[in-house]
Design a protein around this ligand. Sequence first.
Ligand code: GLU
Length: 328
Amino acid sequence: MIPPRILVLGTGGTIAGAGSSATGAAYRPGGLALETLIAHLDALGLAAQLVPQDVARIGSQDIGMAEWRALHAACMGALADPAVDAVIITHGTDTAEETGFLLDLTLPTAKPVILVGAMRPADAVGTDGMRNFANAVKVASDAAAAGRGVMLVMGDAVLPARDARKAATSAIDAFRTFPRGPLARVTPSSLDWFGPPHRLGEPARYPFPAELPRVAILTAGAGMDAKPVEALLGIGARGIVLAGMGQGNAPASVLEALSRAAASGVPVVRASRVDEGLVDRNVEVDDDALGLVAARALGPAKARMLLMVLVASGITDADEVQAAFDRG
Ligand code: GLU
């Protein structure tokens, strides 16, 4: 069998991180070149041809439009190239949720695109990076991996990028998914899908934006007033995501200010600061009367990403924004 040819796009993160000691806490994410990582992988004897391409060597807290543009272009190139079977993106875990969701929204599903990261630096005792990478290669090499949207491989699981979020700061098993569960369990020697590909032949849902508009997340806190909403409008926010209490709640004065923002053409989406769960329309907040949108299953970080993509596509009407969030 001809080994699959996999484009590996490096961005940095802990998977490419190195510290001064195998037992110390301090390290620099993205300190290792992708070539060095791949050289380590050679020793694992993986049955795949890995083609490395450095996009960045950063902690993913610093990722932004320049890197996303480069990643999207490289993925589109790989999708069009018959010699490439799949794409693996090495990425910091802090914002894997955002990059994964942005690519999920803007790429066709024809070939597997997989993000992989690590919670422990490459030279730390008990590092998880090589195992996660070997698992990602196992997934990328499988014909049944296409047609599932962008995926995140972490902790011996294959997670749908649109449902995954980082839920722990340092545990190896750091990611959770909502509302759907993992797509598969994976180890370097086994891969068990829980169902058939569910997004076969899907085109990109949205065009990749030329620029991303300023969309802010406002976290609600007990006793707050409406001044932060006014401040966000004052710096030119083109959309606001409320990380509200419970099912997207906020003090009445804040909701009133958000309603005024919505009436002025700045779409407002109510998400939740709670770790997991749906935010539905018209539960405690009268979204119909206030002109607000309910984030449904998307948490604040992903709600912000979808709202940026929508606003960039000229979609700001509350009903249309709600329809996009309802698609989940
Ligand atoms: N903050 C860094 C990043 O997201 C390191 C964390 C990690 O990769 O797990 O790139």
